[in-house]
Design a protein around this ligand. Structure first.
Ligand code: ASP
Length: 438
């Protein structure tokens, strides 16, 4: 039984008046849904604009001395339509006019972008007959741009908990200089997580337009199953490989507070969605996997040197070169006389030849080779740990699809097996692994 639930609604859940109605019926159907975090209106269809993008555009226009009235008109139309169609008693025109003049007078891009959530929050609070709490009054960043946890959590306790029902716009807070500061894109998820931790919610519901996480990318696997329950650890392994329904940073505040997240579908509220938990108390089904995720476009830098295994400081020198160039690496498989660095292409861009020269200079390898076009495929599942035959199943799936494995890596927690394959074999590999476990 949940007594206190924080609900976050994404942009597609609040894209128009019809979506607002669905949100209202979700909120009124369960009294424990007390605190509501809205995103800005998102796309109504694939050709539509997100309000956040339009607000950024207005800001850029002002910076470049270009009139922004036409863009701003599109923003006004969206909000006015929602207010009129829902008959919300709010003077939306004066709110819009304030935003317009602030942007015109050179407000920061963070401020401009944050107004999408602010205006939506104002409307939603009136529509739901809830208090409006400005996120700038309860979420605070420190000088380095990190969350000021102490100040934030004490303000949430003081200002949110006393309300029976409140709407708090997502995506922003106050910077150390007192000005509005946003999280990175998609950051309303993070706001919801922080509010959940601050009020010690029983559950954080994240309402979006899908019924939870799928076991594999539906563009690759036809009709993949929904993941019913996933641990935070498994999700980290999957989201790190590109499964993006939830903002990466949204996991930490609730995970640390032991609050589960439920990914739910505003358009199909009856679907159970995916529950993200710290640990599953029920017996894990051994031999099962939770999901498959992957990413293309990695480069392998393969280094060989005789007696490398006994040379002290070799890897430290190698990695310090990456640090020098601000490059993070994904994997570092090694043999007795060889070590490879697996690096995402976007990290290596324009720096590859400099990095190679530096490795030659500092590490004096016998040979160094560059192998581009590698994709990584991660098979993840708590049911894989301590169970036999999983790797053999993955490898035989790949062999029956005729996929050559270029690299193998298993995390020490035994909840993931990552293989490197040719970019061109990526889809085949994901399909093959999915098939063998379903
Ligand atoms: N509206 C913001 C964005 O589009 C934040 C969010 O939706 O979570 O990135």
């Amino acid at each position: 039984m949940n007594n206190l639930v924080v609900t976050k609604f994404g942009g597609s859940s609040l894209a128009d008046s019809n979506q607002f109605k669905k949100v209202k019926s979700i909120i009124t159907s369960d009294k424990s849904r007390k605190y509501i975090i809205p995103s800005a209106p998102g796309k109504r269809n694939s050709k539509d604009y997100k309000i956040t993008d339009l607000l950024y555009l207005c800001h850029t226009h002002v910076q470049n001395g270009i009139p922004f009235d036409d863009v701003f008109k599109l923003i006004c139309q969206r909000y006015i339509e929602i207010v009129n169609e829902l008959n919300v008693a709010i003077d939306i025109n004066s709110y819009l006019e304030k935003v317009r003049t602030d942007i015109e007078n050179g407000a920061s891009s963070d401020y401009a972008a944050s107004r999408g959530e602010y205006l939506n929050g104002r409307i939603l609070a009136k529509y739901l007959d809830a208090e409006f709490i400005d996120a700038a009054d309860i979420i605070f960043f420190d000088e380095s741009g990190n969350l000021n946890e102490e100040k934030t959590y004490s303000n949430i306790k003081e200002k949110v908990l006393k309300c029976d029902k409140a709407v708090i716009p997502g995506f922003y807070g106050s910077g150390a200089d007192g000005n509005v500061k946003t999280f990175s894109r998609g950051g309303s998820d993070v706001t919801g997580s922080i509010i959940s931790a601050g009020v010690a919610a029983d559950l954080y519901e994240n309402w979006t337009d899908v019924s939870g996480f799928l076991m594999a990318d539906p563009r690759i696997v036809e009709n993949p199953k929904t993941i019913e329950k996933i641990t935070y650890k498994e999700l980290r392994e999957l989201s790190y490989m590109g499964a993006t329904v939830l903002h990466e940073e949204a996991i930490f505040p609730v995970r640390d507070a032991g609050i589960p997240i439920n990914i739910k579908n505003t358009n199909k509220p009856e679907d159970a969605g995916t529950l993200i938990v710290s640990d599953t108390s029920e017996a894990t089904r051994f031999g099962t996997i939770t999901g498959i995720a992957g990413k293309k476009d990695f480069t392998v830098i393969a280094i060989e040197k005789a007696l490398l295994n006994s040379e002290i400081g070799f890897c430290r020198r190698l990695l310090s070169i990456l640090e020098m160039y601000g490059i993070s690496f994904e994997n570092m498989p090694s043999g007795v006389d060889s070590v490879s660095l697996v690096i995402e292409d976007s990290q290596l861009k324009n720096k590859c030849s400099k990095v190679i020269d530096e490795i030659k200079r500092q590490c004096s390898p016998d040979s160094i080779e560059i192998h581009p076009n590698m994709a990584l495929v991660a098979t993840v599942g708590r049911g894989m740990a301590k169970s036999t035959g999983i790797a053999s199943k993955i490898f035989s799936a790949l062999s029956s699809e005729n996929v050559n494995i270029r690299m193998i890596d298993q995390g020490s927690s035994e909840i993931n097996v990552t293989v490197g394959v040719e970019n061109a074999d990526f889809e085949k590999a994901v399909k093959g692994i999915y098939k063998v476990f379903n």
